[in-house]
Design a protein around this ligand. Sequence first.
Ligand code: NAD
Length: 421
Amino acid sequence: MNLSVIGTGYVGLVTGACFAKLGHHVTCVDIDKEKIRKINSSVSPIFEEGLDSLLLTYKDKIAATDDYSSALQKSDITFICVGTPSLKNGNIDLTFIKESTKQIAAVLKNKNSYHLVVVKSTVLPGTTQEVVLPLLEKYSGKKIGDDIGLAMNPEFLKEGVAIKDFLDPDRIVIGSYDEKSKTTLREVYQNFSCPLLETSLAAAEMIKYASNAFLATKISFINEIGNLCKKLGIDTYDVATGIGLDKRIGRPFLDSGIGWGGSCFPKDVDALIAWAKEIKEHIRIIDSTKAVNTEQPLRLVEILKKYIPTLKGKTIGVLGLSFKPNTDDIRDSRAIPIIDELLRNGARIKAYDPQAMNNFKALYPTIDYCSTASEVLSSDAILITTKWKEFTTLDYRGKVIIDGRRIEQAKNAKIYEGVCW
Ligand code: NAD
């Protein structure tokens, strides 16, 4: 099939490259010319395992452009994968969704054949029907359901294992406006073997928010259990194994630590809270999930102060800046509130991350960045903030280590303490 993908970020580019691998012809559209140039040179603008190789192997099947018209004229289905960040009040910012929808509609105005528009970005329930649909109709002058189809197909991939997740998902959700949109999108996914769930537009949107809120809650829950376990001298990881063996619970997302971050959980939890407030529904569990996550990283600094009460003038090492391993994404990384707190206390920071230092430099240009993880170890004390595999091979002997991510090898340190253990 001929597909177009709007937005070439973590979701859009992985979607485009994976569809190319599956035999489709894909045109990616972005407003960022540097990203377009890189994709057309088969170089991924983001760090995601396997993406460079997919772009190179399937270079005849994928191209990028900033021209909506050529991309949409060449394709029958368009996936909207632009960002949906948070506004200051936590609400979802639909600027990119609205802008890309208007541009799609302007091209479809002059297109004679049927075209399906699929919202893949995470948007609050009601957005596809109440925001995307009217804009498509207004700027194309056409009726949705006749010449233009509309569907909502949330994405569940995880950065770091995004290609595997896309190609081998747990489920595919297709929310559709009408029968033709549903059958057209179903065809795109016909060779996937996972369950395919067909729903309304709003149910598809809600499934994405409910999934992320649940996973964030699972982490905040185990962090609270971890905080309790630490006080009682119980190993929270044994507890996680014990409860995780229960099939109703499951072991994933039960690693106690300094909390969740990234491009999705924080903004999706915030959007759900803000939306619930708007519709006058008090969602207590999700409110608490966020509150636990705000406090959890700061516990690492509290523990550090047990060993170094006055941080002013001390050099504190920070191992890990990405929000999780195997990505260069630093959005809402737990390293951010920790570094803010250290700086507020007058500490000097020496940081290292295998992939995320360039992104971090844009936010914190003045802290010291080390070219190796070992260099960080010369600090007065070291905080472990991301579970990169590389950190398991360091020689921690003689060091003061406060661990937020449970690196077993760090237990060889002179002083070792974990956030929940
Ligand atoms: P991103 O910020 O990495 O990428 C968005 C891209 O859209 C950027 O390249 C930007 O230049 C481009 N863009 C913005 N406006 C545009 C326009 N008018 N026309 C064309 N391109 C435009 O975002 P992301 O992380 O890929 O997330 C995209 C969506 O997918 C979000 O709604 C997010 O919540 C959701 N999602 C993300 C993940 C994830 O792990 N990152 C997982 C599942 C779902």
